[in-house]
Write a protein that binds this ligand. Structure first.
Ligand SMILES: NC(=O)c1ccc[n+]([C@@H]2O[C@H](COP(=O)([O-])OP(=O)(O)OC[C@H]3O[C@@H](n4cnc5c(N)ncnc54)[C@H](OP(=O)(O)O)[C@@H]3O)[C@@H](O)[C@H]2O)c1
Length: 291
């Protein structure tokens, strides 16, 4: 038995590191949290060398890295730099988790909720607010399961960029960019969709009831916004598989409970081995294993 303390090195890309991520780290059983803010990719090597050259390979599973911050693309760039700095050929590696803005843990919770009701391989989904950190990950996880995914944005170009990113990772992904800029765009984006997931900014209403009435195909709706007004009109934040007008509904708190469990379980998992990289897919696979 090693008596080494569990150290989590938090690399946050924002000027001010996330308090949320720090609280969860403590609640997940971390002994020491080393927080670095405003982290840029070119600073990763020195930080990682500090982590991997201090403890022996057998003890490195007691040190892990958490990458956060509000911008998932910046987080991905830091993750890439962290990976380049590890030396797994000598056993000098530490496990790493990326969860910028809670994107991976929240998306995993939302997609897990959807998987309880539908065969995701057959799903036709619309992800509203699909360009944010959470929406991008929701779209990617659904596409990985074989769903047909429309990525909605007020800017078609931004939605197209997200689809291109997903295709770069998953060449067979069935993703389509749609504009939600004008009121006439809504019915087209929603047409034929059986799942709608709203991952818009806090307090932004993306799917009004009037628009929902333009389609009969919806079977499941998930709203991730907890700040009034709801992202999907008619959903209550506490909804958890509540049926409204024949549609299964989840609200932000209904999903948030699972998100917290996934987040804590993922942090705990970092300390099991020293060679894991937890991005959206790994976090989702973990989510499916949780009770
Ligand atoms: N339930 C949970 O456990 C949990 C955990 C984490 C986050 N969240 C929530 O999940 C949601 C998504 O998080 P995020 O960090 O990805 O959000 P975000 O980056 O703040 O916003 C997501 C997208 O919403 C769109 N948007 C922004 N302002 C808007 C407006 N006024 N009207 C319409 N659309 C607007 C933008 O897309 P375009 O500009 O491309 O249209 C943006 O990319 C947030 O509501 C967040 O609070 C929930």
């Amino acid at each position: 038995m090693s008596d080494k303390k569990k150290i989590l090195v938090q690399l946050d890309t924002d000027a001010q590191a996330s308090v949320f991520d720090r609280v969860v780290a403590v609640d997940a059983g971390v002994d020491f949290l080393f927080t670095h803010h405003g982290v840029k990719p070119d600073q990763a090597q020195a930080l990682i060398h500090g982590a991997i050259f201090t403890r022996g390979p057998k003890e490195l599973k007691h040190t892990a890295i958490f990458i956060g911050g509000s911008d998932v693309l910046e987080g991905e760039a830091v993750l890439a730099a962290v990976r380049r700095s590890l030396l797994p050929q000598y056993g000098l590696s530490v496990s790493v988790m990326l969860d910028s803005n809670g994107s991976n843990t929240t998306a995993a919770a939302a997609v897990r909720a959807a998987s309880k009701h539908m065969d995701l391989g057959q799903v036709k989904a619309l992800v509203l607010g699909g360009t944010g950190p959470v929406g991008q990950r929701v779209a990617r996880l659904l596409a990985r399961q074989g769903a047909h995914v429309r990525v909605g944005s007020r800017s078609l170009e931004r939605a197209q960029a997200v689809c291109a990113e997903i295709r770069a990772k998953l060449p067979d992904a069935k993703v389509e960019a749609v504009s939600t800029a004008s009121s006439s765009d809504g019915p087209k984006a929603l047409e034929g969709r059986d799942v709608a997931i709203a991952a818009g900014a806090a307090g932004a209403m993306l799917l009004p009831a009037k628009l929902r009435a333009t389609t009969k195909s919806l079977h499941l709706m998930i709203d991730l916004n907890a700040v009034p007004p709801a992202g999907i009109e008619g959903i209550e934040v506490t909804d958890k598989a509540v049926t409204r007008d024949g549609i299964i509904c989840y609200g932000a708190i209904g999903v948030g409970d699972t998100k917290m469990k996934i987040h804590k379980a993922a942090i705990a998992m970092l300390f099991e081995k020293n060679n894991q990289i937890l991005d959206a897919e790994e976090v989702y696979d973990l989510a499916l294993r949780l009770p």
